[in-house]
Design a protein around this ligand. Structure first.
Ligand code: HEM
Ligand code: HEM
Length: 179
């Protein structure tokens, strides 16, 4: 099934979810690793990969939101209205964080005068001029959003496991297999 229905997620939404989930988890771990790496060729390689993958996440998120907009929304399966509402709020929060994080990363890099080259193919147009002060602000935002994102993802995974093992509903399975 290509498109989402009121009952479940189609394969496009599932693919978006799992590809972006893996990328975001990798980016959180990779970003953390960056802090421990000594400066040099290897670090530049990892930073380049981090920036390229982050830019790719931003593009994927735009398509994902468009797809979400033109599809019906699968109904909530939680045990009560409060938890369903909480789940919806959490998904909006995740979407916002995953959109903001690459934007802050791009603004930080450009403000620090480091162009964003995407997988060695092309360079993103500059949206902000060189300014160390602005770079420092976006660097802080990038750190804060990363922490919020890590917490939100941990809660999100715990909620998915609660649905599966405690409530024993189809929430996790319909995101995995669509059934
Ligand atoms: C969803 C996307 C992204 C995630 C989850 C992410 C996550 C992280 C994390 C966890 C750190 C370590 C934070 C710290 O040490 O304070 C980091 C550092 C960094 N990120 Fe990202 N990032 C993303 C996208 C981007 C993008 C698109 C760029 C630039 C184009 C970028 C550029 C950087 C740079 C240059 C650093 C190291 C320097 C610094 O923090 O001052 N990131 N990122
Ligand atoms: C790796 C473990 C993960 C598991 C087990 C998991 C599980 C799920 C499940 C079961 C749903 C469907 C919820 C529903 O039907 O209402 C869902 C939705 C969602 N997940 Fe995850 N997820 C994971 C990672 C992530 C990550 C890393 C992100 C983003 C950073 C993420 C973002 C989202 C969003 C935004 C939705 C809402 C989809 C929509 O209804 O539009 N997930 N996830």
């Amino acid at each position: 099934m290509l498109k989402d229905t009121v009952e479940s997620f189609g394969w496009v939404s599932r693919l978006f979810h799992w590809v972006i989930a893996l990328m975001v988890l990798g980016m959180l771990a990779g970003g953390l690793l960056l802090g421990f790496l000594p400066g040099g060729g290897f670090k530049s390689l990892i930073v380049g990969l981090h920036k390229s993958t982050g830019a790719a996440i931003l593009v994927l998120m735009i398509f994902r939101l468009w797809w979400r907009y033109i599809n019906p929304r699968p109904r909530d399966l939680g045990p009560n209205a409060f938890e369903n509402q909480l789940g919806r709020l959490m998904h909006v929060f995740l979407y916002v964080l995953v959109l903001l994080q690459p934007i802050f990363g791009i603004l930080m890099s450009q403000a620090f005068g480091s162009p964003v080259r995407v997988f060695g193919l092309f360079t993103l147009p500059s949206i902000i001029g060189r300014s160390d002060a602005a770079g420092a602000v976006f660097s802080q935002m990038h750190t804060i959003t990363a922490v919020l994102l890590a917490i939100a993802v941990a809660v999100h995974i715990a909620a998915a496991l609660k649905h599966h093992y405690v409530d024993q509903d189809r929430t996790l399975m319909r995101m995995i297999s669509g059934k």
